[in-house]
Ligand binder design. Structure first.
Ligand code: 5AD
Ligand code: SF4
Length: 478
C-alpha cells in the first residue's frame, strides 16, 4: 500500500526551543462518509506509559464518540485499533512491538480493521521506519502533537486507502475544546502543562512531547469547574514538570496560585504530578498545607542520591539540596507521604553511587517509589555514553535498592494500622473480584469488603492489616 507522509518525525526539530506557543480551538468537521462508515462500530485502545498518554486516550475516545464509535476491550470486535505508545524505556517499546505482531491475526480476521500507532514511540523516525518496513498491517501513524488529527486521518484513509504518517515533531501548540470521554467516573486528569524543557540526559520526553508549555488558567479552571459540576471526586493536575507552570505565560498564574484556585473550586480531592525538586516553590507547600482537599501526598522524583550521577543525569540539584526541600515540606506538612522515581545502572554508576542513593532515599523516608533500570534512549545525550554497567549488576543493584526502600514502605503502611482512612473506592480489586479496592488520601491502596454501589464514593475504612504495597481494611460508618 502507498505511504503518504503528511509530517515526518524529526528528533532534531523536536529538540528545538524557539517558537512561540499558539493556542487554537479544535474545529475539524468529519465527513458524512466517515460518520456513516463508523457509526455503531467499536474501537480498541491500548495505552502504555504515563498519565499524559491516558489523557490522550480520553481525547481520542472523545473524538471517536462524535462519529458514533464506542470503546471495547475485545480486539476481535474492533473496527479501529489504536496502540498509544510509550518510549521512556526499551521494555515498554518491546511490549508494543509484541502487540503490533498480535494484530496481524485480527487484521486477517477483519480486513476492514484499521490499525493505528500513536504516542511517544512514533516520534522517533527509526521506529516509524522499522514498523513501516516490518508491519504492513499498521495503517496510520500519528505523533503526540497530532492527536487532534485522528478524525482527519481516518477521513483521508477511508477515501484513499493508503498508509498515512502524521508526526509533526514540532515544539508544540495547545489545542483547546477537544472532546473527551473520561475513563473513570470519579477520578479525572487535567493537563496544565505539556512537554518538558528539562532535558535530563537519559530522558526522551522533551523530544517526544516537545516544548514546555502552559495552558491558560481560564481553560484549566473551566475544565475543573465542569468536573466538579459533574460530581467528580478527584482531580489530578498533570504536567511533566508542574512547577514550571506559568513560566511561559505573560502575567499568568504561578503553579502555587493555580493550585490554590483549583482547590477553591471544591473538588473533594486534588493531586498533582510531577514535581521537579529545584522548581518546587515554598508557596506550593503553603497552598498544600492550607487546603484540606489537596492530598498530603507528593511525588518527588530524586532519580539518584549520588551527586556525581545527578550531575551526569543533568538533574539540577545535589542530594543535600533535595533533602533540604524534603525537610521544609515535612516541617510544614508533617503527615505528608512522599514518593519518588529512581533509576539504577546509569552509565558509569558505581556500587558506591547506589549506596549513596540508598542512604539518601532512607533519609527522605518514602512511602512508595517507582524504581527503574536505566535504558539508553536513542538521540538522548546519555545514549552516547557507554552503557557500561552489566545487566546482571543492574539487576543486583535494583534488587538491593528495592529491598532497602521496602523497609520504609512497610513502616509507613504499618503506622496506618488501627487508623480510620478516607478511601475513594475505585472498583473490584485486581486480584479478587469479591473485594473492593481504593486509595487513601496518602495514595496507598486499600482492599476491603463492600458492595459495588460504593464505587466512586469516598468512605471511611479502618485499616486492619498492612503489607509492603497495600493495606487491608473494613468499612466503618462514621
Ligand atoms: N531509563 C530508565 N528510566 C527512565 N526514566 C526516564 N527515562 C528513563 C530511562 N532512559 C524514568 C525516570 C522518570 C520516570 C517517568 O521514568 O525515573 O522520572
Ligand atoms: Fe524527563 Fe527530566 Fe523532563 Fe522528567 S524532568 S520528563 S525525567 S526530562
Amino acid at each position: 500500500m502507498k505511504v503518504e507522509y503528511l509530517n515526518t518525525p524529526d528528533m532534531g526539530k523536536a529538540r528545538r526551543r524557539t517558537s512561540e506557543v499558539d493556542t487554537v480551538d479544535y474545529s475539524y468537521v468529519p465527513s458524512e462518509d466517515l460518520k456513516s462508515r463508523f457509526v455503531g462500530k467499536k474501537v480498541y485502545v491500548r495505552t502504555y506509559g504515563c498519565q499524559a498518554n491516558i489523557r490522550d486516550e480520553e481525547t481520542m475516545l472523545g473524538l471517536l464518540s462524535t462519529i458514533g464509535v464506542t470503546p471495547t476491550e475485545n480486539k476481535s470486535e474492533a473496527e479501529i485499533a489504536i496502540l498509544n505508545t510509550c518510549a521512556v524505556r526499551e521494555n515498554a517499546e518491546d511490549k508494543v512491538y509484541a502487540e503490533i505482531g498480535e494484530f496481524k491475526h485480527y487484521k486477517h480476521k477483519n480486513k476492514n480493521l484499521i490499525l493505528i500507532l500513536c504516542g511517544c514511540m512514533v516520534e522517533q523516525k527509526h521506529i516509524v521506519d522499522d514498523v513501516l518496513a516490518k508491519f504492513p498491517h499498521v495503517d496510520i501513524f500519528f505523533g503526540t502533537h497530532d492527536v487532534q488529527d485522528l478524525l482527519k486521518l481516518l477521513d483521508l484513509y477511508i477515501h484513499k486507502k493508503q498508509r498515512y504518517i502524521d508526526v509533526s515533531s514540532k515544539e508544540g501548540s495547545i489545542i483547546e475544546n477537544l472532546p473527551v470521554k473520561r475513563l473513570d467516573n470519579a477520578k479525572a486528569f487535567v493537563n496544565i502543562t505539556y512537554g518538558c524543557d528539562k532535558f535530563c540526559t537519559y530522558c526522551i520526553v522533551p523530544y517526544t512531547r516537545g516544548k514546555e508549555r502552559s495552558r491558560n488558567a481560564k481553560d484549566i479552571l473551566k475544565e475543573c469547574r465542569e468536573l466538579v459540576k459533574q460530581g467528580y471526586q478527584e482531580i489530578t493536575l498533570l504536567g511533566q514538570n508542574v512547577d514550571a507552570y506559568g513560566k511561559d505565560l505573560v502575567g499568568g498564574l504561578s503553579f502555587a496560585e493555580l493550585l490554590d484556585e483549583v482547590a477553591k473550586l471544591g473538588i473533594p480531592r486534588l493531586r498533582f504530578l510531577t514535581s521537579y525538586p529545584t522548581d518546587f516553590k515554598d508557596e506550593v507547600i503553603d497552598v498544600m498545607a492550607k487546603h484540606d482537599n489537596i492530598m498530603k501526598y507528593l511525588h518527588f522524583p530524586i532519580q539518584s542520591g549520588s551527586d556525581d550521577i545527578l550531575k551526569k543525569m543533568g538533574r539540577r540539584y545535589t542530594s543535600e539540596q533535595y533533602l533540604e526541600i524534603v525537610r521544609k515540606i515535612r516541617e510544614k506538612i508533617p503527615n505528608i507521604a512522599l514518593s519518588t522515581d529512581i533509576i539504577v545502572g546509569f552509565p558509569n554508576e558505581t556500587y558506591e553511587d547506589v549506596q549513596k542513593t540508598i542512604d539518601v532515599a532512607l533519609k527522605a523516608d518514602y512511602s512508595s517509589a517507582f524504581t527503574f533500570i536505566y535504558s539508553p534512549r536513542n538521540g538522548t545525550p546519555a545514549a552516547k555514553l557507554v552503557d557500561n554497567v552489566t545487566n546482571e549488576e543492574k539487576v543486583k543493584r535494583f534488587k538491593e535498592l528495592v529491598k532497602a526502600l521496602e523497609v520504609n514502605f512497610e513502616k509507613h503502611a504499618n503506622e496506618m494500622v488501627g487508623t480510620i482512612q478516607k478511601v475513594l473506592v475505585d472498583g473490584p480489586s485486581k486480584k479478587n473480584k469479591e473485594i473492593l479496592s481504593g486509595y487513601t488520601e496518602s495514595n496507598k491502596v486499600v482492599n476491603f469488603k463492600g458492595s459495588s454501589d460504593l464505587i466512586g464514593k469516598i468512605i471511611n475504612v479502618k485499616i486492619t492489616e498492612s503489607h509492603v504495597y497495600s493495606l487491608t481494611g473494613e468499612i466503618v460508618n462514621e
